[in-house]
Write a protein that binds this ligand. Structure first.
Ligand SMILES: Cc1ncc(COP(=O)(O)O)c(C=O)c1O
Length: 414
């Protein structure tokens, strides 16, 4: 059940009126639902006992979001030292942290070793050597998994594909096998597992199952050579419904995987991001002006591409609705655009809405890859974020101010 619903023709986040939140915190405003977060998390965590959910921090890295997930027992998939620092600050347990990414710096690797994380997912031979150097330098044995690139097409947007040969991620299986042998001979390295992540917004089980088969084949070949793995990490990537897509059932997906690894002494790791936070967030924005050209009607809103990039970056559709539902006005087709000086600054075309200046709009399913991808382009302070839980709401990130724009910049004395 959605946690953003209309009651008496006005949009609510759980039991909090969205209009009330806007009165208190202004727009543009990200509003998240704690119940949606935990329901989405438990769709994975309750599916099987032998599963470790490592939430992909990049999807939404707000410290309160991480803190809630840590409280539910979640681990974390990180891709930078900054994300590690956020997890620690949020009270996350580093023993449940896995570190992915093709370009981990020595500083980041050393910090991860010192934090005693569960696994570094190695993506190249040079990275393996760098990890061994850091392990010698810190005198901490490095727990490693190799990330496999199984050359599988995930049938998703090209920018969201990560498991094809032409993608920069992971290692060819044969290359990985050779590196497992190399790592097995180094006492500063401890081989713990294997991982893969073939992309995001995936709706078919077949590519994911094919990836798992590839991983299990490598597990078997390693075992025959005396290398036993403990962790098998199948990444994230399950798609969510933005318009009318049919997502895979998380429960079914996990139990299919579980069946395939049944009887093996392996712990299953998953790294979901989008499927945990996307539906847990909306971006609320206010219509500034209605504008007509010879061919189009534009609703110019106060959020912009710097606040939410997905429509332009991935040409992605998001539902947009008015916060107040009942309108005597006629619905007309509007292009929803922001104030930034780029024609790319739009949220969507031909939305049938009844609009006037000052109306509030909710852009739905913006909890994932929303605020985390925002920027200060056009010197726009970034939006505020609010967490709603039942009847309670809490500001979890203040709106930036003009001063915060040049906080780290040289400026003349005043
Ligand atoms: C290594 C890794 N794991 C997990 C994820 C999360 O993917 P999703 O948000 O589609 O679940 C990503 C996203 O890009 C990723 O790169």
């Amino acid at each position: 059940m959605s946690t953003f619903i209309y009651r008496d023709h006005t949009l609510y986040a759980e039991q909090v009126s969205v209009a009330e939140c806007v009165r208190q915190y202004g727009t543009p405003l990200y509003i998240y639902s704690q119940s949606a977060l935990s329901n989405n998390y438990f769709a994975y965590a309750r599916a099987q006992e032998r599963i470790k959910v490592c939430y992909a921090v990049k999807a939404n890295s707000n410290i309160r979001v991480l803190n809630i997930l840590a409280g539910l027992g979640s681990g974390f998939d990180i891709v930078s030292g900054g994300e590690l620092a956020r997890v620690i600050r949020a009270g996350g347990n580093c023993r449940n942290v896995v570190f992915s990414g093709v370009g981990k710096s020595s500083r980041e690797i050393c910090a991860a070793l010192q934090a005693d994380i569960l696994s570094l997912n190695v993506e190249s031979e040079m990275e393996l050597d760098a990890i061994a150097d850091c392990a010698r330098h810190t005198h901490i044995q490095a727990p490693i998994s190799f990330r496999i690139n199984p050359n599988i097409k995930a049938a998703t947007h090209p920018h969201l594909s990560t498991g094809k040969e032409s993608d920069k991620f992971g290692l060819h299986p044969e290359q990985a096998l050779a590196l497992y042998e190399k790592a097995a001979g180094q006492k500063e390295l401890s081989i713990v597992g294997i991982s893969s992540h073939i992309g995001s917004q995936i709706f078919k089980a077949a590519p994911l199952e094919q990836m798992l088969n590839e991983l299990l084949d490598i597990v078997d070949r390693l075992k025959a050579n005396g290398i036993a793995l403990k962790l098998i990490n199948v990444g994230g990537g399950l798609g969510v419904c933005y318009r009318d897509e049919q997502p895979l059932s998380i429960g079914q997906y996990i139990s299919t995987i579980e069946k395939k690894i049944a009887g093996r002494d392996l712990t299953l790791l998953v790294e979901p991001g989008r499927s945990i936070v996307a539906s847990a967030g909306i971006l609320v924005t206010q219509v500034q002006y209605i504008k007509k050209s010879a061919t189009h009607k534009f609703a110019v809103v106060d959020a912009a591409m710097n606040d939410f990039m997905r429509p332009i970056l991935y040409n992605n559709f998001h539902k947009i609705s008015t916060v107040q539902e009942a309108h005597p006005r006629k619905k007309l087709p509007y292009h929803i655009v922001g104030p930034i000086c780029e024609s790319a600054d739009f949220f969507g075309s031909n939305y049938m809405l009844a609009l006037a200046s000052q109306d509030l709009l909710a852009i739905h399913d913006t909890g994932a890859y929303g605020f985390t991808m925002s920027s200060n382009y056009n010197s726009r302070p970034r939006a505020a974020e609010v967490m709603v839980h039942g009847k309670e709401h809490m500001l979890i990130r203040e709106r930036e101010t003009h001063d915060s724009l040049w906080h780290n910049e040289w400026a003349p004395a005043q």
